[in-house]
Design a protein around this ligand. Structure first.
Ligand code: HEC
Ligand code: HEC
Length: 235
């Protein structure tokens, strides 16, 4: 699995913001815009491609699974925010399905991944996810995933909150408020960060159909540091 090894040397916020991004072979920068869009499609594809929200339950979703309806059509619902399905956060609890993660497809040929999405058990036809969006999704699956377990332990980010604080103040607080609770349509960021896998995915890839920036080009350590700071905000 691709682990963004090139960014490891860049650990201090000041350096991150002034340094050139890492080499493309580590971070797949040449495809960054496509990978980021793919990460949002993985989150909630119908928001990104402006398709109708499904109303049924996906046929590949286990009959005795804990969810139903449109959420069962989200890639993340079957495969996890940490991309490793039952080996990760969805190993138990209210999202458990037992369905495999997508980590085995990391580094795979995007065209092959895209073609597989059109077939069973997925059945994502071009009427749902068009070819251009499917290419972005496949780029994300192949190049965008990373090993979240390197940044999360015992349900918390292992990042440095002191590094995350100025990043939050300058990149996020304008929209989310200093306390993370300014956008009232969503739970406060302090509370959301209790799911650090989801939080890191959203920070790196952005929020579907919102103007929120995606920090993918800075690599996962930055997202881990911001998430560590979010843990300190009011719930
Ligand atoms: C309703 C559940 C469900 C949804 C939603 C879903 N998948 Fe899957 N996915 C599966 C199942 C089941 C398998 C295993 C298929 C098999 O082994 O034949 C799978 C396998 C995969 C694999 C291959 C993993 C491997 O290593 O063999 C990839 C890649 C994948 N899915 C990507 C996606 C993407 C991207 C999306 C979103 C467009 C998505 N899936 C949505 C159920 C789902
Ligand atoms: C341009 C404004 C803007 C900026 C800047 C921004 N966000 Fe957001 N963010 C949003 C909006 C809008 C939403 C969606 C709110 C909703 O669901 O109603 C959102 C959603 C989120 C979510 C997902 C919430 C959920 O429940 O789905 C997280 C996590 C998040 N933002 C974190 C951050 C972090 C951390 C930063 C800084 C790195 C940041 N955002 C920067 C506007 C922004």
């Amino acid at each position: 699995m691709r682990i963004f090894s090139g960014i490891a040397a860049i650990s201090v916020a000041a350096t991150v913001l002034s340094a050139m991004p890492v080499q493309a072979e580590d971070l797949a920068l040449e495809n960054a815009a496509s990978i980021v869009r793919g990460g949002q499609i993985y989150d909630k594809w119908w928001k990104v491609v402006k398709a109708e929200e499904p109303s049924s339950t996906h046929s590949a979703y286990p009959e005795d699974g804990p969810r139903d309806g449109s959420t069962t059509w989200r890639c993340k619902e079957c495969h996890g925010w940490d991309y490793i399905g039952p080996k990760g956060r969805y190993s138990s609890g209210s999202h458990f399905t037992g369905i495999v993660g997508i980590e085995g497809a990391a580094g795979g040929d995007p065209a092959t991944i895209a073609a597989a999405m059109r077939d069973e058990p997925h059945g994502f036809g071009a009427d749902l996810i068009d070819d251009a969006a499917m290419a972005d999704l496949a780029n994300f699956v192949s190049h965008g995933q990373f090993d979240m377990s390197s940044y999360i332990s015992d349900g918390k980010s292992t990042g440095d909150a002191a590094v995350g604080e100025p990043l939050y103040a300058t990149l996020c607080a304008g929209c989310h408020g200093a306390d993370g609770a300014k956008i009232t349509e969503m739970p406060p960021l302090g509370e959301i960060s209790s799911n650090p896998q989801e939080t890191m995915h959203k920070i790196l890839f952005g929020q579907p159909a919102e103007s929120m920036p995606a920090l993918y080009v800075f690599g996962p350590q930055v997202a881990a540091d911001i998430t560590a700071y979010l843990h300190t905000l009011p719930q």
